[in-house]
Ligand binder design. Structure first.
Ligand code: FE2
Length: 296
């Protein structure tokens, strides 16, 4: 089974801008590497890598599986769904994991199933922070993608990857929230016919002060807020959304809800937020979105 989102990789023509954005704005710890920018958010090896590339796109989602047996079980499930899974020991070394097998999902996203993301030493934030990032068993954070077919994506994440439903939001658009550990959601799905895209990656910090500090820096640098500070109705996250140098958003928040599967009841909510989360007056053009035939 899948434990958590271990890491993510992007490609971007503006990868170098992440050196500043990832550390001085987000508070990640820069890792030296010759190509692109890698960031740590805890005592583990890099969890976010932005590789130089011709266009903004998701390069891979990295999943932590439950040991060698857990990894084998997920690989078997993915193969039984008719997808080709490739063992990649050389890539495992590059990603600082013990084992790695990759596949491309029905929407064109590359997934890396792994075990044992290395612990490399204590985390030093890239800017002043009172606390750290909330990772651990909950993994790096959560992401939201746009898929052409909500039912097909739900089936893939639930039946093939083993996710459980957290809740639904119907608020002008339909959103489906899925979890694989106590973090309220690790994946959320929204549908747009004929399109595939990546909307945001959420990073959670322990201290509300560090959300405020991030907001101060975003404002001081004149960066675009994709959504103002607000609080979500379902995962209770208090957060803002900032446009990254690579076209997608980072949701930066604190106070996310944890789910206990033993007593969780799935609900449908009719609003995204209790307050805030206002878009800018001039709506942003979606940054990483492409035709389903040529995925993001
Ligand atoms: Fe989010």
């Amino acid at each position: 089974m899948i434990n958590s989102l271990a890491y993510m990789g992007f490609e971007s023509p503006t990868a170098d801008e992440w050196r500043h954005f990832g550390s001085a704005v987000l508070g990640g710890q820069l890792v030296d590497r010759s190509d692109g920018v890698a960031l740590r958010f805890d005592d583990h090896a890099e969890r976010l890598v932005v590789h130089p590339g011709e266009r903004n796109r998701v390069a891979y989602f990295g999943w932590d599986c439950d040991g060698a047996d857990g990894l084998a079980a997920v690989i078997a499930q993915v193969r039984s769904a008719g997808l080709e899974v490739v063992d990649e020991p050389a890539t495992a070394a590059v990603r600082h994991v013990d084992a790695l097998a990759s596949f491309v999902d029905p929407f064109g996203f590359r997934h890396e199933l792994t075990t044992g993301l290395a612990v490399v030493g204590s985390f030093t934030p890239g800017r002043e922070m009172d606390g750290g990032f909330v990772t651990g068993g909950g993994g790096l954070g959560h992401y939201v993608i746009i898929v052409p077919d909500l039912d097909a994506a739900m089936s893939f994440y639930i039946d093939t990857l083993g996710f459980r439903v957290s809740d639904h939001i119907e608020a002008g658009m339909s959103l489906r929230f899925l979890h694989c550990n106590p973090r309220h959601h690790t994946v959320a799905l929204s549908a747009a016919p004929g399109l595939v895209g990546f909307h945001h990656l959420m990073l959670e910090v322990e201290e509300f002060t560090d959300v405020g500090r991030g907001l101060d820096i975003v404002n001081a640098e004149g960066r675009t807020l994709a959504m103002s500070l607000g609080r979500h109705t379902n995962d209770l996250m208090t957060s803002f959304y900032v446009r990254t140098p690579s076209g997608f958003e980072i949701e930066y928040g604190t106070g996310g809800l944890l789910i206990d599967d033993a007593n969780w009841e799935v609900e449908t909510l009719d609003a995204m937020s209790f307050w805030g989360h206002r878009p800018p007056e001039e709506r942003l053009v979606p940054g990483i979105i492409g035709k389903a035939s040529q995925p993001a």
